[in-house]
Write a new protein. Structure first.
Length: 349
């Protein structure tokens, strides 16, 4: 058979092949044990040495050309197979526009944003501290010594690991340790809030072992109780969206403030609905007071020169009040149906 004819045939067949399977069949038909090119090579054995040399070289050249054609077509087929797979399995991973997102913002996250925004508008910046604290920051620097009953007031989660002084580490029971961290690291005037997670061994419809607080601290040379009251009343008016808000401050006790107070807001229930800001009933929402000079001295600040106020508020509680929710445990149940009902769309922000 004529080499040129074989090359022509093979070129045409390879050109028409559209799958790896077809291509393999053609390859066997030409280069397999009984293939056409293999036959040509076999036929050489009857020729003279001279003829073997020249014909052999021609057939080998034909064989190489054929192999080259197969290889290039194989590459081509593989590439187009991958491309068509990519096209048919295409997934749009770009983020959809906000109005198409079905996700909801958790009520607690919304409260965090609102608290930061309201205090931010009064000039407060956000400070942070770790969830795992030392005895010094969580208790002793805050004037809560070892045998102090306040330690029992806060059912503490202790951790097996110990701090440098050999005392067990704790899951912070309040955000107040951030006061100490800030007082040790910054110079007055200081004006911070510290929202974050806190932990106590307690669980029922109004207590969760993990909950949220925001701490506030304002230190300069003349801040007073009037500034404290004004700040907190303004915050509550904005947060609860009630301009005419009835509140009261009751004397209280905290080791880290002197004098100390608790703030209550008035409420009433009409037609089974709670109205915040007026009425004859009271809800306690936060603790506050003038920073105890002992705390300032613990942080190497001159308590004759500097003074200020602090406050601590439960964020879960004010969220429940504002949103009319009654069970704190539902916040942390991870139930998507609950979130769909009580969460907030991006559009509501
Ligand atoms: N740390 C207190 C608690 O968790 C709350 C608190 C009360 C914080 C009075 C303060 C404060 O900064 O002045 O119960």
């Amino acid at each position: 058979m004529d080499n040129q004819k074989v090359l022509k045939d093979i070129t045409k067949e390879i050109e028409l092949a559209s799958s790896q399977d077809q291509l393999q069949k053609i390859k066997v038909a030409y280069l397999g044990k009984k293939g056409k090119i293999t036959d040509l090579l076999k036929s050489l054995k009857n020729l003279s040495i001279e003829e073997k040399k020249s014909k052999g070289a021609e057939i080998n050249l034909l064989r190489e050309k054929a192999l080259f054609l197969f290889e290039s077509k194989l590459k081509h087929i593989k590439t187009s197979e991958i491309n068509s797979k990519l096209n048919s399995e295409f997934i749009d991973i770009t983020f959809p526009p906000p109005h198409l997102i079905d996700a909801k913002i958790h009520p607690i996250s919304k409260t965090f944003d609102e608290v930061i925004s309201i205090f931010g508008s009064m000039g407060y910046t956000v400070a942070e501290g770790p969830d795992i604290e030392t005895d010094f920051f969580n208790f002793s620097a805050l004037n809560i010594p070892e045998d102090h009953p306040a330690r029992e007031m806060q059912d503490t989660f202790y951790i097996e690991d110990k701090d440098e002084k050999g005392k067990p580490l704790v899951l912070r029971t309040h955000t107040s340790p951030v006061q100490i961290r800030t007082l040790l690291n910054e110079k007055p005037p200081i004006k911070i809030i510290a929202p974050g997670r806190t932990y106590r061994c307690d669980s029922d419809s109004t207590h969760s072992p993990m909950f949220h607080q925001v701490e506030g601290l304002f230190i300069n040379e003349n801040a007073n109780m009037g500034d404290l009251k004004g700040t907190l009343i303004e915050f509550c008016k904005q947060f609860f969206e009630v301009q005419d808000l009835k509140v009261r401050f009751r004397p209280s006790y905290f080791p880290f403030t002197e004098p100390s107070a608790e703030m209550d807001i008035a409420y009433e229930i009409v037609d089974n609905k709670m109205h915040i800001g007026k009425g004859e009933k009271w809800l306690e929402i936060l603790g506050c007071g003038m920073v105890n000079p002992v705390v300032l001295e613990n942080c190497k600040l001159d308590s004759l020169k500097f003074q200020g106020f602090a406050f601590g508020m439960g964020l879960d509680r004010i969220t429940m009040l504002k949103q009319g929710l009654t069970d704190i445990r539902s916040f942390f149940s991870g139930n998507l149906n609950w979130l769909a009902k009580h969460g907030f769309s991006l559009g509501e922000y």
